[in-house]
Design a binder for this molecule. Structure first.
Ligand code: PGA
Length: 250
């Protein structure tokens, strides 16, 4: 069984990384995290501190990156600007980026292509809104989001997908393990149909994941980990989740 993956998404929150990692490490106590890959997606201005404070085994990710390497894009950040910080990769196409900053499916694909080309890990987020789910459009929305990624996903590189139903993000209304598994299985089949070996790309679930629902989610055969927003802001809660995830390896 592969290691589970747990990625914190701190979003636009002001945290003190040193205090966070002190509390996280203290909460872990003697627990071994050898069976789980842990990552932290931090705001740009906290990336250097997070990388310096986080134990080396943990990955640090940006939350977004521009699809070009440089140019007249006021206020944007590119890979050449991030690379001196020695981070592992970036979230790409989070639903908040798509919804509030109008990122298109093609733009997200370009971000992934550049991310892989420059040797970094891309965690691409996909998922439907409540209106789309209620209209029975979940799989057509996912098809539209995944299709431009296909030629890139087939190339070699560190790539992770995160299924994050928009209606479950920050709402406290997590998808049930059955609902999440249904979509995860569909995504793996969709990828397989397009020549990508089943389970070649790890698939995280995101949307109100916490220490109370994580175990049931991770028990599902096609859920390889979680992308965690709100619950990751509390280091003690996130440490609890890490311990739960690590237990799956044993
Ligand atoms: P949430 O956020 O855990 O607060 O729902 C998840 C995410 O947006 O990645």
């Amino acid at each position: 069984m592969a290691d589970k993956i747990l990625v914190a998404n701190w979003k636009m929150n002001l945290l003190e990384p040193q205090a966070y990692f002190n509390a996280f490490t203290a909460a872990l106590g003697q627990s071994s995290l050898s069976g789980v890959k842990i990552g932290f997606a931090a705001p740009y201005t906290l990336l250097a501190t997070a990388r310096a404070c986080a134990p080396a085994a943990y990955a640090v990710y940006a939350q977004n990156v521009h699809e070009r390497e440089s140019g007249a894009f006021t206020g944007e950040i590119s890979w050449p600007l991030l690379e001196p910080l020695a981070i592992s990769g970036s979230l790409l196409g989070h639903s908040e980026r798509r919804q509030f900053f109008h990122e298109t499916h093609d733009q997200v694909a370009q971000k992934l292509a550049l991310t892989l080309q420059r040797g970094h890990c891309g965690i691409v987020c996909i998922g439907e809104t409540l209106a789309q789910r209620e209209a029975g459009e979940t799989f057509s929305v996912l098809t539209a989001q995944l299709t431009p990624l296909l030629p890139i996903l087939t190339s070699t590189g560190a790539c992770i997908l995160a299924y994050e139903p928009v209606w479950a993000i920050g709402t406290g209304l997590s998808a049930t393990p059955t609902q999440a598994q249904e979509v995860h299985a569909w995504i793996q089949s969709f990828l397989e149909t397009h020549g990508i070996r089943r389970n070649a790309i790890p698939l995280l679930y995101g949307g109100s994941a916490n220490s109370a629902n994580l175990e049931a989610l991770l028990q599902q055969p096609d859920i390889d980990g979680a992308l965690v927003g709100g619950a990751s802001l509390q280091p003690v809660e996130f440490a609890k989740m890490a311990t739960i995830a690590a237990a799956f390896r044993k």
